[in-house]
Every structure is written in structure tokens, then in C-alpha cells.
Design a protein around this ligand. Structure first.
Ligand SMILES: Nc1ncnc2c1ncn2[C@@H]1O[C@H](COP(=O)(O)OP(=O)(O)O)[C@@H](O)[C@H]1O
Ligand SMILES: [Mg+2]
Length: 200
């Protein structure tokens, strides 16, 4: 994979010299960096767990890069994350969790031209509680029990693996993830509870 990333990265660098393509080249480079983090090509993971806010911010950059693929969809991301929160596991894995949740939220809100995603996180005893809520149509009760199953999707041409990956990563790190809908409001809410990691 390193060679693949290297080739794409070099091509992006070449293209970046043309002002007309500089933005696209930068987006390609960010995608390559994201891919490297996800497949773990970066060595030297710290013994303390990754900073949650860093993973969320990287996922937010992904969302920003992805939105042009959902024309007419304006998404506002509201972030309320307690400073210094750390989770156990790999930074790239947590980035992927938030990427998948943000992507689903944006896709769900496409119909109504977009909306808000609210990501909140705080420490509860020795667990980090995280939630991602959107202002889309919410998840029908009839499918709530199935959405984490691999290949379950209500979208055509979709793989239905996003939430299965979220579930797997959260579980691997000793956590639990639940899906539901906002009380008294519109939209879906995903709640994750995972063990906090120690700072250095
Ligand atoms: N934020 C959300 N709002 C409404 N429905 C959702 C949301 N996130 C996931 N879903 C539902 O869960 C299904 C499974 O999601 P996922 O595993 O990511 O697969 P995919 O996005 O490829 O369909 C989606 O097809 C959709 O029906
Ligand atoms: Mg998905």
C-alpha cells in the first residue's frame, strides 16, 4: 500500500503546481494521508491513547472534502468535545468511526438540502461518552435492530459496511455503540461509550 500511496502522492504534487488544480491536488493529498492513517502505515503510536478531538477534526476534514459529492447539501458541524479526552486504540480507527458516522448523517440530510451534525463528548467515570446526532429524517424503528449488520443498507449501490465497521472498531476497543433517534426532535443519534486512555 505504501507504494500505491507514494504514486498518488507524487502525482498530486505534480498537479499542484498548476493553480487551477491546486485545490484538487490538496484534497487528493489529504485523502492519501487519511488512507495511510487508516491502514496504519504511520509507525510510532503512542502508549497513551489518541486524542479524540484530533480524530474528530480529521473526520471533519474528510466530510468537508466529501460534500462536493453530495451537491446541494450544506452541513454545519457543531463540536462540543471536552479538552484532552483520550480513547484506547488507534487514531486512524477512531477517525474512521467518525468518518462513517458523518458520512451517513450527511447522506441522510441530503434530501432536505443538508442540516446540522452535532458531535459531543465527555468523560463519564473512566469511560468516554461520545454522540453524533444529525437533523435528518432519523432511523425507522423497523430497521434499528439491523443497521449494524454487514451489508445492510437502504441505499442503492451502497455496500452497507459503514456501521458494521463502526461497530467492529468500537467493540475491539472495549466499547459499545447504540443507534437511536433524537428525543422530541428530528434526526438520528449514535452513542458510543468506550474506555478512556491515560495521558502520558
Ligand atoms: N444518520 C442516519 N440517519 C438515518 N439513517 C441512517 C443513518 N446512518 C445510517 N442509517 C441507516 O443505516 C443503514 C446502514 O448504514 P451503513 O452501514 O453505513 O451502510 P450504507 O451507508 O452503505 O447504507 C443505511 O443504509 C441507513 O438506512
Ligand atoms: Mg454508510
Amino acid at each position: 500500500m505504501n507504494n500505491v500511496f507514494e504514486t498518488i502522492s507524487e502525482a498530486a504534487e505534480l498537479v499542484s503546481t498548476d493553480p487551477e488544480w491546486a485545490n484538487l491536488a490538496a484534497a487528493i493529498q489529504r485523502s492519501v494521508d487519511r488512507g495511510r492513517r487508516i491502514v496504519g502505515c504511520y509507525a510510532g503510536q503512542s502508549r497513551s491513547g489518541p486524542d479524540l478531538e484530533v480524530a474528530v477534526d480529521r473526520a471533519a476534514t474528510f466530510l468537508h472534502d466529501f460534500l462536493p459529492h453530495l451537491p446541494g447539501t450544506k452541513v454545519k458541524l457543531l463540536k462540543k468535545i471536552q479538552a484532552g479526552l483520550r480513547v484506547q486504540g488507534d487514531s486512524g480507527d477512531w477517525e474512521r468511526v467518525f468518518m462513517n458516522l458523518f458520512l451517513n448523517a450527511a447522506q441522510a440530510m441530503k434530501e432536505s438540502g443538508g442540516g446540522e451534525i452535532e458531535v459531543v463528548s465527555q468523560l463519564r467515570d473512566s469511560m468516554v461518552e461520545m454522540s453524533v446526532a444529525d437533523s435528518g429524517p432519523g432511523i425507522p424503528e423497523s430497521i434499528l435492530a439491523k443497521i449494524f449488520h454487514p451489508r445492510f443498507s437502504t441505499k442503492t449501490k451502497q455496500a452497507g459496511l459503514g456501521l458494521h465497521i463502526v461497530h467492529t472498531i468500537v467493540q475491539q476497543n472495549g466499547g459499545v455503540v447504540k443507534a437511536g433517534n433524537r428525543d422530541g426532535g428530528r434526526g438520528a443519534v449514535f452513542t458510543i461509550l468506550a474506555p478512556a486512555a491515560e495521558p502520558d
